[in-house]
Every structure is written in structure tokens, then in C-alpha cells.
Design a protein around this ligand. Structure first.
Ligand code: LLP
Length: 418
């Protein structure tokens, strides 16, 4: 599953003891295993090899330039949702013809930037967006390749904040609306409809909702072809679930075996947009215990990482395993809440954990934090964002320095000078 393991009572990332990283780079610290990132990318590549898919890594899961460069070097494309992600992708050397652009709120400026860059296609989510895209493309004398994001109205059986394929959701177009918009696009001279797109949610552990959705989209593709559209791309989106605790998600192989027989007969180029599956288990957040408050019913380990560093527990009540970086897990555990320094009751990393008796200075690792960890970090409580390091074998590289207080103040100080 990943390259984090215990050797003689000490957690390692690949060949490097995690405590050494904390000593060198300080805490809180995000640590990634390069081998884990690559092995997950290859798992999807191999599972879908028969279909020769374009794997567009979903930048929002972890947008660090070094991770984008690593994946680009393996031929990955990108799924982006903003101009910032486009800029990151181009900076990392990703070929524009491998970039697909989704999102319900693309602005005129963002659309123009993506058209100028020459991305593969826009995953369009509404009629007004299609009209704006057509206008901007006309102005720039370009033709925009378009897939419509179809909302198949299936329940992905995941957290309600990250389910996206039900009819109540803001994402995509219902099948009848999409069919109408495909017809309207025929009259938009600067758009060319080339595909269908779906993304039904995130952290999905079973193939069943995908199968339901694909069956609905298959019919759309067949109807469109009968109507004379040249539909060349089928984009399945992302959403593959990973193990945080006791989940039993489908493997990439089982997923491919379940969905490929439905898609291959369409003879479309398959696009996948995995994010969490590639980076989720490849990262941990290391934090140091500042204080231990012993209460009547439980202990509180107050650590130096907070909801600004990893918001998933606060936002989704998400579970991340928390393990002591050093010391063999003893039999005597203490019921402990691992909490951050932020002034909110929702600022916790884990509730009611059975951890060995902790002391100030102990290091803890919050596991499976590679996806939507650093990517969702903020400066709340005027805290500077953590550093990130990449481990490959025995080699360690700082891939994002810790923010400084000068970084924190710069936008306001610069504004005051104007
Ligand atoms: N494609 C599209 C259009 C998406 O909106 C997303 C994620 C993905 C692909 C990648 O999904 P993945 O393979 O990573 O599941 N912050 C939440 C997850 C939000 C996902 C948003 N969209 C979390 O921490 O669980």
C-alpha cells in the first residue's frame, strides 16, 4: 500500500527515519514517498493498459510542482480547475495537449489562458459557460475542444460534501440538458464537441456507482453518434477510494476489469482523473506534541499541526491513522484526543485514539495525508504553512520550504506601499 514502515520501533519513509526528517526540517512537516506515488500511478497505468488511457492526475489533490514534474516525466496529463493549476502544470513541464480543464466557474481570463496554452479540452459544465467559451475562442481565433460534464444522477455512497454525481449537485448537466447543449454547440462555430465527461465523487470504494453512471453515458455517446457527433473521448473522472482505516476499496485492477468491458466497445480514448489514489497514501504529516493535558476521561495531546495544516478531520470528520514516530506500541494505551493549537473546538486531528502515554516533544505521524492535506492548508490563526519533503530511497529533497512570517505579511505590506 505504501513505503512507510516500522523498523526496530522507528517509522521510516523508504530508507529514511522519519525522526531525522523532523529534526532537519522541523514540524509540522509533510513527507512524501516518491516510490509510493509512482507505484500508484503505475497501478492505474497497468490496470488500464489495454485501453491505452490518458491519465490526467487531478492537481487539486496535491499541487506541489515536484509531484507534477514526477508524474509528467511518466507521461501523465493533468486535470485542472483553475488558472493557478494551469500555471503550475505548465511550469512543471506538462504537455498542454494532455491537460483537461473542469470546474463550474471558469472565468473569462482563465478560459483565455487555457485556450492560449492549447489545452486538450474543456470539460464544460453549463450552457452559459459554453457560450462564453465560444466567444473567447472566437476573439482568439481558436477552436475549443469540448467535453460536456454529464451528471448521471447516481449515488456514489461517499461523504455528502464529496459526492458530485447526484441531480441535486451543482456539477455537470443532466442527460437531457447535455443533449440539448450538444445540439446547441453545433451552432457555436468556435467549439468542437469531442467527448463526454463524468466525475461522480471522491473516496468511492466500490465500482457499482461507476457502472451505473457509465451505462447512462454509454447511451449518450451512442445517441450522439447517431446524431452525427464525432465523440472521441470518454472521461471517467477520478474518485477511486483508498485505505485510511478499515475501508476495503476496489483495487485498480478490479476497477479496470469492471469498467473496461463497458467502455472499450465505444472505441473512445479513455481519460482518467485520479488524484487521491495516486498521492493519498504517499504522504504523512509529522507533528510534535507540545503539551499533554491529562483530563478525567481522556488525555489531550496538543500538537503543533492544526486544522490549518490538515482540515480533513474538521471538515469531513475524516479518519487518519495517527502513530507515534518512535517507540514500540506498548500494551498500555491512553485514550487520547490529538488536537491542534487553533482556537476552535473543531481543530482536531483525531478523537479517542488509543495511544501510548505521550510526552512533550514526542513526534506523531498522521498517515494517508498526501491528498487534500497540504493542498487545503491555510494561514488561519496567522500560522505559516508547513514544509514538504520528498523521499526517494535514502535521498531527501525539500520540495517546499516552510513559509516565513515575511511571506505571511507580504501581500498586506505591499498593498500599504501602493
Ligand atoms: N476530477 C474532478 C472533476 C474532480 O472534481 C476531482 C475531485 C477529481 C477528478 C479527483 O478526485 P479523486 O480521485 O482525488 O477522488 N477535499 C476532499 C476531496 C474533494 C474532491 C474534489 N474533486 C477530501 O479531502 O476528501
Amino acid at each position: 500500500m505504501d513505503d512507510f514502515h516500522i523498523r526496530q520501533g522507528e517509522w521510516y519513509c523508504e530508507q529514511v527515519p522519519v525522526s531525522r526528517l523532523a529534526k532537519t526540517y522541523g514540524t509540522p512537516l509533510y513527507v512524501y514517498s516518491q516510490n509510493t506515488i509512482l507505484s500508484h500511478f503505475f497501478k492505474i497505468m497497468h490496470a488500464f493498459a489495454a485501453a491505452n488511457p490518458l491519465i490526467c492526475y487531478s492537481v487539486k489533490a496535491n499541487s506541489n510542482l515536484s509531484i507534477l514534474r514526477l508524474l509528467a516525466a511518466q507521461g501523465a496529463g493533468l486535470d485542472i480547475v483553475s488558472q493557478g493549476e494551469l500555471i503550475r502544470g505548465l511550469e512543471a513541464g506538462v504537455t498542454p495537449e494532455r491537460i483537461v480543464y473542469a470546474g463550474v466557474g471558469k472565468t473569462e481570463t482563465e478560459i483565455a489562458a487555457a485556450l492560449r496554452a492549447g489545452i486538450l479540452m474543456f470539460n464544460v459544465e453549463s450552457e452559459p459557460e459554453a457560450r462564453l467559451l465560444n466567444q473567447v475562442a472566437q476573439r482568439l481565433r481558436k477552436t475549443a475542444r469540448v467535453a460536456l460534464r454529464i451528471n448521471p444522477d447516481v449515488d456514489a455512497k461517499t461523504h455528502q460534501y464529496i459526492t458530485t454525481g447526484k441531480k441535486e449537485s451543482k456539477f455537470g448537466l443532466s442527460i437531457p440538458l447535455a443533449m440539448g447543449l450538444f445540439r446547441a454547440i453545433r451552432r457555436m462555430r468556435h467549439l468542437k464537441a469531442v467527448g463526454v465527461h463524468m466525475h461522480i465523487g471522491s473516496q468511492i470504494t466500490s465500482s457499482t456507482p461507476y457502472i451505473q453512471a457509465i451505462q447512462r453515458l454509454r447511451k449518450v455517446v451512442e445517441d450522439l453518434r447517431r446524431a452525427g457527433f464525432d465523440i472521441a473521448y470518454f472521461n471517467l473522472g477520478g474518485g477511486l477510494g483508498i485505505i485510511y482505516n478499515e475501508e476495503r476499496p476496489q483495487t485498480a485492477d478490479a476497477f479496470a476489469q469492471a469498467v473496461l468491458p463497458l467502455i472499450t466497445p465505444l472505441q473512445c480514448r479513455l481519460i482518467l482523473e485520479p488524484g487521491r489514489f495516486i498521492v493519498g497514501n504517499a504522504g504523512i504529516l509529522i507533528t510534535q506534541v507540545q503539551y499533554v493535558k491529562r483530563g478525567h476521561v481522556k488525555s489531550f495531546a496538543v500538537v503543533d499541526a492544526g486544522m490549518n495544516d490538515l482540515i480533513r478531520p474538521s471538515l469531513y470528520n475524516a479518519y487518519h491513522q495517527i502513530v507515534p514516530v518512535q517507540g514500540r506500541p506498548g500494551r498500555n494505551t491512553v485514550l487520547t484526543d490529538v488536537v491542534g493549537p487553533i482556537c476552535e473546538s473543531g481543530d482536531f486531528l483525531g478523537h479517542d485514539r488509543h495511544l501510548p502515554k505521550l510526552n512533550s516533544g514526542d513526534l506523531l505521524a498522521v498517515r494517508s495525508a498526501g491528498a487534500y492535506g497540504m493542498a487545503m492548508a491555510s494561514n488561519y490563526n496567522s500560522r505559516v504553512r508547513a514544509a514538504e519533503v520528498m523521499v526517494s530511497g535514502a535521498r531527501v529533497r525539500l520540495i517546499r520550504r516552510r513559509e516565513t512570517y515575511a511571506d505571511l505579511l507580504a501581500p498586506e505590506k505591499e498593498a500599504a506601499l501602493k
